[in-house]
Ligand binder design. Structure first.
Ligand code: ADP
Length: 306
């Protein structure tokens, strides 16, 4: 195989109660990437469309993640990568993760799959480290595995794939303001009370049980975040109003996507997810804020050839 074109899904990390451990991939929101095998060793980013991002291999997450993989492989070839960005960096829906995951998945395919999906997560995490100084896996794991993933442990890395209820749809609204991931981490408290912990792990267990049982009511009841949302939501314009509008329109639950500013909702069925999108958009339409809204199923495959 000399050339491969792939879809690299956007991802929602945390999913309310799963700060730093849960994530899900979106089926119809994502970047495209074309990877070509070359005789020259190393990685070259040849083209980026859609966004202003560095072409230098060491400054682009796709380059860094790809080099991490090549460093562990015996390949005597190299790769050229063209990135067509549809996901805005800094939106909170895994823009960097899409590129890191896409690069390592495509290169692994073209080398005849020498690495396991878990090893690919490790390589892609090097890209995340470049983007946010933290090698977190809650975006790259769902981008590679698809569906919902749980990072059961970071040391050693243990990724658990969770089932996706058929009728589950996501709505994501992105108010176009900038929140630096480092700033949204800085404001978090470093400790929680036992009382808060009990609520949080009850909800995390409930959400995971809800996914297995396809129990939409349970999923909805469990989409609560007592740890991060109370603090981070203060950085997102009209978060409470958006959440209320989405719930009134029938959403199962609403939360912050990753470190924000995007807000996500989960709904049962595409029709309700569309109503939720309209309700959320209605809130920002009365302001000067620019925003984008997406409605999407959950991507069950992760990065895939197109
Ligand atoms: P998001 O909040 O959507 O997950 P991130 O904060 O993870 O976005 O990543 C954005 C940062 O990563 C920006 O500083 C951007 O310049 C950098 N970056 C480097 N290469 C890429 C790439 N290929 N795609 C997206 N962002 C990249």
């Amino acid at each position: 195989m000399e050339e491969l074109k792939v879809f690299c899904p956007a991802t929602v990390a945390n999913v309310s109660c799963g700060f730093d451990v849960l994530g899900m991939a979106l089926a119809t929101v994502g970047d495209e990437m074309i990877v070509r095998k070359t005789a020259t060793e190393g990685i070259k980013i040849t083209e980026i469309t859609g966004q202003e991002l560095p072409l230098e291999t060491e400054k682009n997450v796709a380059g860094v993640a790809g080099l991490a993989l090549l460093g562990k492989s015996k390949a005597s070839c190299g790769f050229e990568i063209a990135i067509h960005k549809k996901i805005k960096p800094g939106s909170g829906i895994g823009s960097s993760a899409a590129s890191s995951a896409g690069a390592v998945w495509a290169i692994n395919q073209m080398l005849g799959q020498p690495f396991t999906p878990l090893e690919l997560v490790h390589f892609a995490m090097q890209g995340e480290k470049l983007a946010s100084n933290v090698a977190h896996a809650d975006n790259v794991a769902p981008a590679l595995f698809g569906g919902f993933t749980l990072i059961r442990s970071y040391t050693p890395l243990d990724v658990v794939q969770l089932p996706v209820p058929q009728e589950l749809y996501a709505t994501v609204i992105h108010p176009q303001i900038e929140i630096k991931t480092s700033d949204s981490r800085k404001i978090l408290k470093t400790g929680i009370t036992l009382e808060t912990g009990i609520k949080q792990w009850g909800n995390l267990g409930g959400l995971i049980a809800g996914l297995f049982k396809e129990d939409y009511e349970l999923i909805g009841r469990s989409l609560e975040d007592h740890v991060v949302e109370p603090v981070r939501s203060l950085l997102i314009p009209m978060f409470d109003t958006i959440k209320k509008a989405a719930m009134t329109a029938g959403a199962l639950g609403v939360g912050i996507s990753g470190s924000g500013p995007s807000i996500f909702a989960l709904s049962k069925g595409e029709a309700i997810a569309n109503n939720v999108a309209e309700a959320m958009a209605g809130v920002y339409q009365n302001t000067d804020l620019d925003f984008e809204v997406h409605v999407s199923g959950i991507c069950s495959t992760g990065v895939k050839p197109i």
